[in-house]
Ligand binder design. Structure first.
Ligand code: TYM
Length: 368
């Protein structure tokens, strides 16, 4: 398996990632502590879609002592948004509401300009705008959300990034991110830009403010650098909570824009999404008779995964679907149709909110 900010491939063993990355599993005890403050657990917590963390216990210690934390997450605008991207954003919105937290949302247009030979500065800024509409459509509170375009907000970001970069050697950067001699020097500097928002609130407020970063685990390498540098600059180490990857609609692998037929984009029409879903890989048997006799395999079924991650929030109904699949009582076509209908409804509603976001975009972005 390969899990880096720029590549996720192979069969992902999440237990092994915890070991390799040196993070901690999200324990039931931590979940109970969160539940005490939020009233109920978000399905992404209850189902351990968020499965790993760094210092989440410390964030809760601070909160319980009355010290509020900020949230920080982001997007690299390299193309259209797919429904895998929104998994951590839906969760971030829940945390924003549950803990009344301010959120920094970074759009790393500089990163995508530097790493993608086909993107011009102009095209990447246009993607920043388009992606921002999807982000706003998730429903973040405008009064408590500060969005950042690295390229447009460079005056502030650059100055924070250079103070971070000064403490990161080339050999560390190579070891953490796998940069090569052929990598351009911009991308070698870039991790300092992604580390910068961890400390923005502390800088603006002129006091240390705890920071919690919800994201999938591919972004973890950035936080290793941020956590190393933080004490050298007098800041708290940023804490993280990591999620698993929503798989694509094909056989195995994370949802990826590079295989569009297995990927539901937020701007797909319900008809296009339905077509992709009807063609999806499932854990079903090749005939109805076989399915009745031996049952299906929800553990490898992409349709079931979609229900699990996003489209069946009710635990009882999810369990029921799983049991009926295992016992051969339901067939793949049925599940596909139900999912297609739910995804279609979601897309229509998301696209409506995205359209409305066009009038509100200025409320969200930080300006000089
Ligand atoms: P990007 O644009 O690759 O991904 C945006 C967010 O989506 C998560 N993600 C997924 N989550 C679940 N299932 C998937 N299949 C899936 N694919 C992607 C990513 O982990 C990420 O949280 N460099 C970053 C942008 C960034 C950022 C941040 C992300 C800047 N600052 C702070 C998280 C936190 C990037 O290119 O993300």
């Amino acid at each position: 398996m390969v899990v880096t900010p720029w590549e996720v491939s192979g069969k992902i063993d999440y237990e092994k990632l915890i070991e390799q990355f040196g993070t901690k599993p999200l324990t039931d005890e931590l979940l109970r502590r969160i539940e005490k403050h939020t009233g109920q657990l978000h399905p992404q917590l209850a189902r351990k879609i968020f499965f790993s963390h760094r210092d989440l216990d410390w964030i809760l210690d601070c909160y319980e002592k009355g010290e509020k934390f900020i949230l920080y997450t982001g997007r690299g605008p390299s193309g259209d948004i797919h429904i895998g991207h929104i998994v951590p954003w839906i969760f971030t919105k829940y945390l924003q509401e549950a803990f009344d937290a301010k959120l920094y949302f970074q759009l790393t247009d500089d990163e995508k300009f530097l790493i993608n030979p086909d993107l011009t500065a102009e095209s990447v800024l246009s993607l920043t705008y388009e992606n921002a509409l999807d982000i706003i459509a998730i429903g973040f509170d405008a009064k408590k959300t500060r969005m950042i375009s690295d390229m447009k907000y460079a005056k502030v970001m650059y100055n924070v990034a250079i103070s971070i970069a000064k403490h990161v050697t080339l050999s560390t950067s190579k070891a953490v991110f796998g940069f090569k001699d052929s990598s351009n020097i911009g991308i070698v500097f870039f991790p300092a830009m992604q580390a910068a928002p961890c400390f923005l609130e502390s800088i603006f407020e002129k006091r240390n403010v705890p920071c919690l970063i919800p994201a999938a685990i591919d972004q973890d390498p950035y936080w290793r650098i941020s956590r190393d540098v933080a004490p050298k600059l007098g800041f708290y180490k940023p804490a993280q909570i990591h999620c698993r990857f929503l798989p694509g609609l094909g056989k195995g692998g994370k949802m990826s824009s590079s295989i569009p037929e297995t990927c539901v984009f937020t701007m797909d029409s319900p008809e296009v999404a339905e077509k992709k879903i009807l063609n999806a890989f499932t854990g079903g048997k090749s005939t109805k008779e076989e399915q009745k006799k031996h049952g299906g395999q929800p553990d490898i079924c992409s349709i079931y995964q979609y229900m699990y991650f996003l489209f069946e929030p009710e635990e009882g109904k999810l369990k029921d679907r799983e049991a009926k699949c295992l016992s051969g009582e339901i067939f793949c076509g049925e599940c596909k149709e139900i999912l297609a209908e739910r995804v279609g409804k979601f897309l229509i509603e998301h696209q409506r909110k995205r359209e409305k976001a066009k009038d509100r975009i200025d409320e969200y972005f930080i300006k000089d």
